[in-house]
Design a protein. Structure first.
Length: 505
């Protein structure tokens, strides 16, 4: 293949999930060899579906997808598929290949080691027989990327690859993409990460279901879109002013009768033409409405008391400072520490991937953590990074009703609407939503729950970056006790933090 040769072309592709869930409408765009591109679109616009169309996992209802002959495509997914969470690392990587008819890959272990080295997964020679579900979110993110790389694809598709990665992991991934000599298309809501390598943008509009293609880096494209929207709004305003004046004259002539009615009819036709000229402006992505997570008014005393906690460490050294602590044959390390959280106190839980942050948060939420006492008879609001504490077979409405002390449909729907969960989504099953939409449901659930203790594990994952300042403000103003884990410094800086517990120290 020659450099800059088109390797995939969408020709008037349309696709929908039923009559009420259109995804693409006559989409046409192309991807060239060696390009580093961003796929943009609001939560729920269908970006992950477009990736599935690219890989051939699903076929379009109309139009054609033309791929270069023998083009290999690999997808680095957002999350480990639920049916693979119980596999060993070796089984997981073997599942990336066609092993039908009794085929085997005899050199799988060295190939696993090679790609895990590329994604900076330290201690990888010890993990081949370890269960995927036992790894932290950041370690799973590295495994997902490595599972795509092991296929050595011509086209690498990465769906939210920075989710759960710590700062070092994001920097390593950024450098890898910049130096990768093949084609990469990335979905991400991390604007700075995207701008570091993007050469072009494919934009999927959630309202029109059209696809727009732009050249340039990420910030250049955002400026171009904003300028175009401003021009179109100005043109529409001028046309609407002209139409209003013409209608006033038309009504005046129509009332005069006689020949004036013919003038009025001619003006009516001119007005219709002007109305057709009004541009359907591609609006900026909608943002969620400002919201407040209320804590109980009568909340007093110590809500959470930590006297000791556990992290994951390596048995040979007992160290927890390594970015890949907890790999292989690891054992918990107990630390003594006194932390007391009362009303209006916010704790940041810090530390590298694999040290046990998510495990600690889950044990606190389940009230099974040794050395940690939670005030009795209080509500705990737990934002879990994989959303597995929501029933994926339940509808959005059912999940939100369950969070309410007194179910009230009008309040439930109004709260959901503030998080862009409208009538078309409210009766969908949680498992059918995009990861970003699940995150919005999780926040709507916390608003309706009114928890005394708020536990948040990577709440920026999957989120449109336009939502993040609104979410940060709500957390900053939360008046209960809060524990936060986030690897996004810009997000954390917007939130009042009273104490930091760094598990690596």
């Amino acid at each position: 293949m020659a450099t800059d040769e088109i390797i995939v072309r969408f020709e008037d592709v349309s696709h929908a999930f039923g009559p009420n869930r259109p995804i693409l409408d006559e989409a046409s765009f192309s991807i060239r060899r060696g390009m580093k591109m961003t796929l943009m679109g609001q939560n729920g616009a269908g970006k992950s579906t477009l990736f599935k169309l690219l890989t051939g996992e699903i076929e379009p209802e109309e139009g054609e997808i033309v791929r270069f002959p023998k083009l290999s495509i690999a997808l680095g997914r957002q999350v480990i598929p639920r049916e693979k969470i119980g596999m060993t690392v070796r089984e997981f990587f073997e599942s990336m290949f066609d092993l039908s008819a009794g085929r085997r890959i005899y050199d799988i272990d060295p190939r696993i080691d090679e790609v895990l080295e590329i994604v900076n997964f330290k201690g990888h020679t010890q993990v081949h027989d370890r269960i995927i579900g036992s790894f932290s979110g950041g370690q799973q993110a590295r495994l997902l990327l490595a599972s795509a790389l092991i296929q050595d694809p011509d086209l690498l598709l990465l769906d939210e690859p920075t989710n759960n990665l710590d700062k070092a992991g994001i920097e390593h991934l950024r450098d890898f993409i910049k130096n990768y000599d093949k084609t990469v298309v990335v979905i991400s809501h991390d604007a700075d990460f995207l701008n570091s390598f993007t050469q072009g943008v494919i934009y999927l509009d959630v309202r029109s279901h059209k696809v727009e293609q732009y050249a340039g880096n990420y910030f250049d494209v955002l400026r171009e879109i904003t300028a175009r929207v401003e021009r179109e709004n100005m043109k529409n305003a001028q046309l609407e002013k002209k139409i209003a004046a013409s209608k006033e004259k038309m009504n005046f002539f129509a009332q005069k009768g006689g020949k004036m009615r013919l003038v009025a009819k001619k003006m009516r036709d001119q007005i219709a033409e002007s109305e057709e000229d009004i541009v359907d402006v591609r609006q900026e992505d909608k943002t969620i409405k400002p919201f407040k997570i209320q804590a109980p008014e009568n909340l007093v005393g110590e809500i959470l008391t930590i006297t000791s906690y556990k992290t994951m460490g390596h048995p040979s050294t007992g160290s927890t400072g390594s970015p890949q602590a907890g790999l292989g044959a690891s054992k918990p390390v107990t630390h003594k520490k006194m932390v007391i959280l009362k009303k209006r106190m916010h704790l940041l839980l810090a530390g590298p991937n694999g040290i046990g942050k998510s495990t600690l948060l889950e044990s606190i939420a389940n009230q099974t953590a040794e050395g940690i006492k939670v005030k009795s008879d209080i509500k705990i609001g737990y934002y879990r990074q994989d959303f597995s504490n929501m029933d994926f077979n339940a509808t959005v409405a059912d999940v939100l009703y369950k969070a309410m002390e007194k179910p009230f449909e009008e309040k439930m729907r109004a709260t959901a609407a503030g998080f862009l969960i409208g009538a078309e989504l409210i009766n969908q099953k949680i498992g059918n939503l995009s990861e970003g939409q699940k995150g919005l449901v999780a926040f709507a659930r916390l608003v309706l729950m009114k928890p005394a203790l708020l536990i948040l594990d990577e709440p920026t994952n999957h989120m449109n970056f336009r939502h993040l300042p609104i979410i940060a403000k709500a957390l900053d103003e939360y008046e209960g006790a809060m524990i936060l884990v986030s690897h996004v410094p810009e997000f954390v800086r917007q939130i009042r933090i009273d104490e930091t517990l760094d598990l690596a120290k």
